[in-house]
Write a protein that binds this ligand. Structure first.
Ligand SMILES: CC(C)(COP(=O)(O)OP(=O)(O)OC[C@H]1O[C@@H](n2cnc3c(N)ncnc32)[C@H](O)[C@@H]1OP(=O)(O)O)[C@@H](O)C(=O)NCCC(=O)NCCS
Length: 332
């Protein structure tokens, strides 16, 4: 492989837990309704992991499926990146656990933390490693057990999230989705808009911390909504400009699956018809870092892409973090 080979995703695989949590189920937990949830978010149901399923186990299963799709073995992998905000442990990394579960004995392993933008940040990291020539086969895993950090008495947040994982095999050769252009950004001054305030070194676990609920995911929904629309639209436009392509040259847009209304608002701003915006939010809810990856995998299974077709990924998450990516289908 030459060092100027461009990174591309040559195979994907996903894992969604079997248990379905519907809007009707949520009506029994908090003061809400199917009508409210669907009209505000576009969500109908989401998946919830069993007690014995974790970010690592779901990520490893997605990894096995991605390797099978790509025709690679675990021995071929020389780096595993796991994007997650719900790691099995604070330390060590979930990537190390995935490495052991896959018996990927030749792989280095580390986590990437960019909350809901995690897949784009991890894929960008893989691109940099592949194109520098340092690694040849990177397994990018995005896996979340959001149900472990959601407060199921808080109707503002518990309706939004689901669990699930997706993995992508990234190399410098072969047929697949080439990572052409990337645009990432962050604004740490707004960290407290979406966060889990307790459990880290600043507010370590204690009886008082648990009492105050600081170990739960917290979000200022209305504020986040405004930032999400603004940042996703502008980063997508920057990415298109850098790629030198216009919106009509994009076959599909795969945005972060946080809310149908957010998706509609951002794609309107650079004029992409709704039918070219790929959505899984109705069936899986917001699965944080894994959302864009699960939707991209779903898209490529439902619609075969021809050489030259482009897909635009757009993400937004806590941090704040955001990003966009233009992928192009290439032949081997
Ligand atoms: C969370 C979100 C769906 C709420 O929708 P919204 O239209 O902004 O709703 P508001 O927050 O303005 O709340 C409207 C009312 O509904 C109520 N409400 C909140 N959750 C509710 C629920 N599940 N069921 C019924 N009512 C609810 C609120 O209490 C509020 O009542 P009030 O006006 O009496 O105070 C929306 O703000 C959103 O999607 N934000 C971004 C979330 C996101 O993308 N997060 C992840 C980023 S990575």
């Amino acid at each position: 492989m030459s060092n100027n080979a461009k990174a591309r995703v040559i195979g994907m695989g996903s894992y969604l837990p079997e248990k379905v949590l519907s809007n009707q189920d949520l009506e029994k937990l908090v003061d809400t309704s199917d009508e409210w949830i669907f009209s505000r978010t576009g969500m109908k149901e989401r998946r919830i992991a069993r007690d014995d399923e974790h970010a690592s186990t779901m990520g490893a299963e997605a990894g096995r499926r991605a390797l099978a799709t790509a025709g690679k073995s675990a021995d071929d992998v020389d780096l595993i990146l796991v994007a997650t905000m719900t790691p099995d442990y604070t330390s060590p990394s979930t990537a190390g656990l995935v490495q052991q579960m896959l018996s990927a004995k030749n792989a280095a392993a580390m986590d990437v933390q960019a909350m809901c933008s995690g897949y784009l940040y991890a894929l960008t990291t893989a691109k940099a490693y592949i194109e520098s020539g340092l690694y040849r086969c990177v397994l990018v895993v995005a896996s979340e057990k959001m149900s472990s950090v959601v407060d199921y008495t808080d109707r503002n947040t518990c309706i939004l999230f689901g669990d699930g994982a997706s993995a992508s095999v990234v190399t410098g050769e072969g047929a697949g989705l080439q990572v052409d252009t990337v645009s990432l950004g962050s604004d740490g001054s707004l960290a407290e808009l979406i966060w889990i305030p307790g459990g880290g070194s600043r507010c370590p676990p204690s009886a008082e911390m648990l009492e105050s609920g600081k170990h739960y995911f917290q979000m200022s929904g209305r504020e986040v909504y405004k930032h999400a629309v603004r940042r996703m639209a502008s980063t997508a436009q920057t990415c298109l400009d850098t790629a030198g392509v216009t919106a009509d040259q994009i076959s599909w847009v795969v945005p972060h699956q946080a809310n149908l209304r957010i998706m509609e608002a951002i794609t309107k701003s650079f004029v992409i018809p709704s039918e070219r915006v790929y959505k899984t939010v109705h069936k899986y809810g917001n699965t944080s870092a894994s959302g864009v990856a699960i939707a991209l995998d779903d898209l490529t299974r439902e619609h075969a892409l021809s050489a030259g077709e482009r897909v635009l990924l757009i993400a937004f998450g806590g941090g704040l973090t955001w990003g966009a990516m233009v992928l192009k289908q290439v032949e081997g």
